[in-house]
Ligand binder design. Structure first.
Ligand code: PAF
Length: 286
């Protein structure tokens, strides 16, 4: 694997590869786990070259504490990428990505996507995500971009940003990778105490339960049950909502046919976990 820290050198290298075949890109903030490695694996199958970036982007953290505490594990990340057969790692400094400082970046018209769910609880977060991914796509110009479904709203937001900026990159959204007990893989999991780690899969079970209880009509009772179960499991919940899986409009009254996703964000102690589940895969339920 070749590691680049400078934009100019990376661009030069990529321009030599482009004529040979497709380039797949997996942007990350490091602290790599099996979920990231799955994205690398899928990209390797679908492209001639796979490029990964590791950059802990300051502009997407609305909570400075969260930024400070974000795990940095670059040496083991490099070893994992090597083992997974990643071809190129881009590991830039903050000055390289934001030569004029992180403030005052481009603004993206994300509409309701940044007002709801994560957008409501983490103001400015998605503008920061769009800024950095837009910059990274400008630098790398990949054929395909790989994101994990665990960050469902982020996938929708980046899809919107790609549309707004008129890019030709294809977005590939890949299934969430879970631990054996159902907990979605996340870099934040390593901050859980052993007690919290035991409680954490409840978020997955609550999503499953919501799927089982799904009926045409009001979803409010299912939502209340889910909030109740999360509280009993020791979570402090930011939200548990149902939304249209295609456009992420919040749905309280379900017509039995709309594609539905349930999304949750909740704290265990200081650690905020998010998860989601597509409930009906477009199948009608009465
Ligand atoms: O999902 C992440 O790790 C980040 O939000 C991303 C897409 C790498 C942008 O910083």
């Amino acid at each position: 694997m070749i590691i680049f820290r400078k934009i100019g050198l990376l661009k030069k290298h990529l321009s030599g590869l482009r004529s040979q075949g497709k380039i797949g890109f997996v942007p990350t903030m490091g602290a790599l786990h099996a979920g990231h490695l799955q994205l690398i694996g899928i990209s390797k199958k679908e492209n001639l070259y796979t490029l990964c970036s590791i950059f802990v982007n300051p502009t997407q953290f609305n909570d400075p504490q969260d930024f400070q505490k974000y795990p940095i594990t670059i040496e083991s990340d490099i070893a994992k990428l090597e083992k997974q057969g990643c071809d190129i790692l881009f590991f830039p400094s903050a000055e390289e990505i934001y030569p004029n400082g992180p403030a005052g970046g481009k603004h993206y018209e994300l509409g309701h996507l940044e007002q709801i769910l994560e957008g409501k609880f983490r103001p400015g977060h998605f503008q920061g995500v769009c800024q950095v991914v837009d910059i990274l796509l400008d630098i790398t110009e990949p054929d395909r971009l790989y994101l994990g479904q665990k960050d469902y709203q982020q996938c929708m937001v980046i899809r919107k940003m790609i549309g707004l900026t008129g890019r030709s990159t294809t977005l590939r959204i890949c299934d969430t990778v879970r631990e054996a007990d159902g907990l979605a893989m996340s870099s934040r999991n390593m901050r859980l105490s052993s007690e919290q780690r035991q409680a954490a899969p409840a978020i997955f079970h609550v999503l499953m339960e919501a799927g089982k209880g799904l009926k045409k009509g009001s979803l409010l009772q299912l939502q209340e049950q889910a909030l109740d179960q999360l509280e009993k499991a020791g979570f402090r919940t930011d939200y548990f909502e149902f939304a249209n899986a295609e456009n992420l409009e919040i749905i309280n009254e379900w017509d039995g046919t709309q594609p539905l996703v349930a999304l949750a964000a909740a704290f265990l102690g200081e650690v905020r976990l998010i998860d989601n589940m597509v409930l009906n895969n477009g199948v009608s339920i009465n």
